[in-house]
Ligand binder design. Structure first.
Ligand code: HEC
Length: 144
């Protein structure tokens, strides 16, 4: 009797496992967001003048920042750990999303992605992945 009950429970468990897979379709949603953010970073122009993020932030953002006038700035690799941060020029605190929008408008001359768009989420996931292992240092400066 006990054995039969156990068999029924195992069979039920197996059929439920088949009905409700843990990640239907998406193997790993976070990795997918990071990888689509990487594609946006390296190839999306946001309808602007033809530049991408990588035009200034080299090697997918891991390399140095080199502006069109050849001025070198520190890499944005650890930038996600520095936000939100007060921006004296703007006169208020900027989130990482605000910074992305500023770069799309100013750097790419493009249409900034909406705060709640898939593009913004993917970009934030990618930028955050570049800060993997860095200490959280909100308000800090890049390259320090
Ligand atoms: C025309 C050049 C240019 C392009 C293109 C550009 N940026 Fe920037 N970005 C800058 C400048 C300039 C800064 C300010 C860096 C500094 O002063 O250290 C900056 C800063 C940043 C920062 C914050 C770095 C920090 O430490 O404060 C992030 C994050 C960033 N950009 C992301 C992006 C993303 C994402 C894109 C593409 C949507 C992009 N940028 C495109 C020029 C550019």
């Amino acid at each position: 009797m006990r054995k039969t009950l156990m068999m029924v429970m195992i069979a039920l468990g197996l059929s439920l496992a088949g009905t409700y897979p843990a990640y239907a379709g998406n193997e790993d949603p976070l990795s997918e967001a990071v990888s689509s953010g990487h594609s946006l970073f390296t190839s999306h122009t946001f309808g602007g003048s033809g530049r991408t993020c990588e035009t200034c932030h080299h090697d997918g953002g891991k390399g140095p920042t080199v502006l069109p006038n050849s001025v070198h700035r520190p890499s944005i690799a650890g930038a996600a750990a520095l936000f939100p941060r007060f921006n004296a020029k703007a006169g208020h605190v900027l989130t990482l999303e605000d910074q992305v929008r500023r770069c799309v408008v100013g750097g790419l001359q493009g249409m900034p992605p909406a705060y709640d768009s898939m593009e913004m989420r993917a970009m934030i996931a990618y930028l955050t992945s570049l800060s993997h292992g860095k200490a959280i240092n909100m308000g800090g400066k890049a390259g320090q």
